[in-house]
Design a protein around this ligand. Sequence first.
Ligand code: DQA
Length: 155
Amino acid sequence: MTDDAPTPGIRTRIEVMHGVNLDQLGRRDPLHYGELTFGDLERKISGAAAELGLLTRFFQTNHEGEFVEHLHRLEGLADGILLNPGAWTHYSYAIRDALELTGLPAVEVHLSDVDNREQWRRRSVIRELCIDRVAGKGAAGYRDALVRLQQELSR
Ligand code: DQA
């Protein structure tokens, strides 16, 4: 076993799920999202996860039903979820219900400071299902979310 291989029996599988328009990072308002591309973001998350000894799988879609069905399929494949559903965060009860049925610990992440933008971004229909929420810290927020999930999974 290599040094960075996860210890057997410890839950380390994190599903990283990005929703609508997140694939367009690099073209979005740099004031809120910075200059990083979606590829840059995934590389940063992968790096942070490797450093923490977590295994990650990535998923992104611009189709709400695909996001829902991906959540349906997670049973037995993931131990925790890190999700940034983009604008769906603010109104998708379908995603809320699918997240609930996974029964997995989840952390909600937003690159931008959603509480200090338009009023409608302050609402999250998934917040009550998540063990934590990180917003406004850019890519660094994903590392915080991974650490939070790791704490939860090692309890
Ligand atoms: C976002 C914030 C949402 O309000 C927005 O619709 C997004 C991205 C964020 O990461 O800051 O697409 O989730």
